[in-house]
Design a protein around this ligand. Structure first.
Ligand code: ADP
Ligand code: MG
Length: 393
């Protein structure tokens, strides 16, 4: 069993808490604070236990050097406001000064260090950087599910260097939910795959297909599969170099008896634009792009979902960000919400779509970490979990 924060006594301890405050920013302002809000219960628990807590996170891709646009100071200020508590912000990540600031915290005090990725040692999984970070506390708590699949210093190395290392409640909750799909799920299991890139997701298609009784494929991903079945797709997005792979996935599914449903109708347009003129077709005309699944496909997918006992969904069914192409994703989201099955939604854009349709509450689990949830489903060992399991205590 993996050790969890809930299971250990942290009273008065010096804690280094790894969170995922990789929040969307625009002109220095946070545009969506969901990830910060989700961490509040964990932080409040540490405050109540009188811990001296040092919070660390990454933000964006600053490529190993400071970038004022990607400072975590705005996140620290916002967190302080949400908690109505004081937070010491350290304008650096590691070093003597920062250790001293941490030592000087009062019981129940909070401090946040600067973006871990301002230091090349984070992404470089540098041992010295990890050692320096580990000096910021005695107990390590990883509550950054969205980063658990990365072999970075704060995720994969720091746990082995501290007195104790545990997962936080957010990570525990994610793993518990995903385990219901991985370990003997209730059948039938229906997987829904969509989104943009086959190349990014081809491994997950295979892994998911193995766990599913039926696989529903929509989004841009569908057109590579339709080409594999020798159908006309017009100017829709196709990854030519993945067609053979798609063919092989379809063959394996057939051998295994996994039913694969592809779109049977499409919302097409000449351009991808908010004001585009759209048409619903069964055969995609040569000069058109398919940008959403059509209503008959939504109906066919919904019937499968109505009979499912477990559902995992990753990837929007169309360009849901634009009104003319949002219907397919919305229809499928409604069918998933209405399904009596245990339902999990994973993936950044998928979660955003479900939130935009105001259906998040009606899903059993919405994963905060797209990449991490997919890696977990593939059976890939998450470096962040492995590091905590391996040290045993
Ligand atoms: P997630 O973040 O949930 O894993 P992805 O990042 O793989 O999902 O894909 C989301 C993107 O896929 C969205 O921005 C959406 O507009 C795009 N998309 C979906 N269907 C199509 C399509 N038919 N053509 C082009 N882009 C599409
Ligand atoms: Mg995405």
């Amino acid at each position: 069993m993996i050790r969890r924060l809930q299971d250990i006594d942290v009273q008065g301890a010096e804690v280094l808490l790894r969170v995922d405050f990789n929040v969307p920013m625009s002109d220095g302002a946070i545009t969506d604070d969901t990830r910060i809000r989700r961490a509040l219960p964990t932080i409040r628990h540490l405050q109540e236990q009188g811990c001296k807590t040092v919070i660390c996170s990454h933000l964006g891709r600053p490529r190993g050097r400071p970038d004022p646009k990607l400072s975590l100071e705005a996140a620290a200020t916002h967190l302080a406001a949400l908690l109505e508590a004081e937070i010491v912000f350290a304008h650096g990540t590691v070093g003597d000064d920062i250790e001293e600031l941490a030592r000087d915290l009062p019981a129940g005090g909070l401090m946040m260090v600067e973006n871990l990725r301002f230091n090349a040692g984070e992404k470089g999984a540098n041992k010295d950087f990890a050692v320096a970070l580990s000096r910021l506390g005695r107990i390590f708590v990883n509550d950054a599910f969205g980063a658990m699949h990365r072999p970075d210093a704060s995720i994969a190395l720091v746990p082995g260097l501290m007195e104790q290392a545990v997962i936080g409640p957010l990570v525990a909750n994610e793993i518990e939910a995903l385990a219901k799909l991985v370990d003997s799920p209730k059948r039938p299991v229906v997987g829904i795959l969509g989104g943009a890139k086959v190349s990014d997701k081809i491994d997950i298609v295979e892994a998911l297909a193995r766990r599913c009784d039926a696989l529903l494929i929509g989004g841009a991903m569908a057109y590579t599969f339709l080409v594999a079945k020798e159908q006309e797709v017009g100017r829709s997005r196709v990854e030519r170099d993945k067609i053979r792979l798609a063919t092989r996935v379809l063959e394996r599914c057939e051998e295994r008896g996994t039913r694969v449903l592809l779109p049977i109708d499409h919302v097409v347009a000449e351009k991808m634009a908010e004001d585009a003129e759209v048409q619903v077709v069964e055969t995609i005309p040569e000069d058109m792009i398919a940008l959403d699944i059509g209503p008959s496909t939504v109906k066919a997918f919904s019937e499968e979902l109505g009979a499912a006992a477990t559902v995992f969904w990753n990837g929007p069914m169309g360009v849901f960000e634009m009104t003319p192409f949002a219907g397919g994703t919305k229809g499928v989201a409604e069918a998933v919400a209405a399904s009596p099955a245990y339902t999990i939604v994973g993936g950044g854009d998928s979660a955003a779509a479900v939130a935009a349709f105001d259906l998040s509450e009606r899903m059993d689990h919405v994963s905060t970490g797209g990449g991490a949830s997919l890696a977990y489903l593939q059976g890939a060992d998450l470096p962040g979990l492995r590091a905590i399991v391996q040290r045993g205590s």
